[in-house]
Write a protein of this length. Structure first.
Length: 249
């Protein structure tokens, strides 16, 4: 998603960049999230779907899928994928307008939103909108960047430092981090409290290990995953890039 700045946002709040099709991270999310969802079928809404690379992996699990984003270029890419796959009768790419999804209240069985909340102008309003479209008892699954990862995953516009992935910026006090970083970042307890304050009941939380997708050499990716980032989840906050939260409306 590519929201605009607000007074409640980091000064350098930037739009998100969707993951590319085929990235390890996308398949891993599907593998982790599918068991947390209701039985196969129903309506899935992806809030901040980007180019639909992640959304597309969930299509076989649902009768109907709606991807929502604010970036026209991302939505157009997703619509081309929908046409190419012949999904037009049950998959829709829709624009978020004025912070509102073009969907009726209580229409969704599941809402997913992966690394989107850190970019939106108003976190509480975004969560309220996700709750609005969920039916009672519906499932919310979101992920956000983990504060204790050694690198600020979205980069930071620091003075005199052209490299924006300077280590440990994510560990700075919130006031300093939000002055320079391009997106919000969360401790696990912070995102849990935020989701609960929106009226959800937490059902699961996990820290996801670094996927190593950003390393351009496949052999190095595989070695890092085997040697350091073994498994999809970790109890160690310093090995996790994302916090995953599942909740019920």
């Amino acid at each position: 998603m590519n929201p605009q700045n607000s007074s409640a946002s980091p000064a350098h709040l930037a739009g998100g960049k969707p993951a590319d099709e085929g990235q390890f991270l996308l398949g891993r999310r599907l593998r982790l999230v599918a068991p947390l969802m209701p039985a196969k079928g129903g309506h899935l809404v992806d809030f901040g779907c980007g180019n639909g690379a992640q959304t597309a992996l969930f299509v076989p699990l649902f009768d109907r899928v709606t991807g929502v984003d604010v970036e026209p270029a991302f939505l157009e890419a997703f619509r081309r994928r929908i046409d190419a796959e012949g999904w037009g009768d049950r998959v829709t790419a829709a624009a978020l307008e004025g912070g509102r999804m073009p969907l009726p209240d209580g229409c969704a069985d599941v809402v997913i939103s992966f690394t989107v909340l850190e970019h939106v102008p108003d976190e509480a309003a975004a969560l309220a909108e996700m709750r609005r479209v969920l039916r009672p008892g519906g499932c919310l699954i979101i992920s956000v960047p983990n504060r204790w990862w050694i690198f600020e995953t979205h980069g930071a516009d620091l003075p005199l430092l052209p490299w924006n992935r300077v280590p440990l910026v994510s560990w700075w006090p919130k006031r300093l981090h939000d002055r320079w970083a391009r997106a919000r970042i969360y401790r696990r307890r912070e995102i849990v409290a935020l989701v609960e304050s929106a009226g959800f009941t937490i059902t699961d939380t996990r820290r996801l290990t670094a996927p190593m997708d950003m390393i351009p050499w496949p052999s190095v990716q595989r070695t890092a995953r085997r040697a350091i980032f073994r498994g999809d989840c970790t109890p160690c906050p310093f090995l996790a890039t994302e916090v995953l939260v599942a909740a019920e409306r």
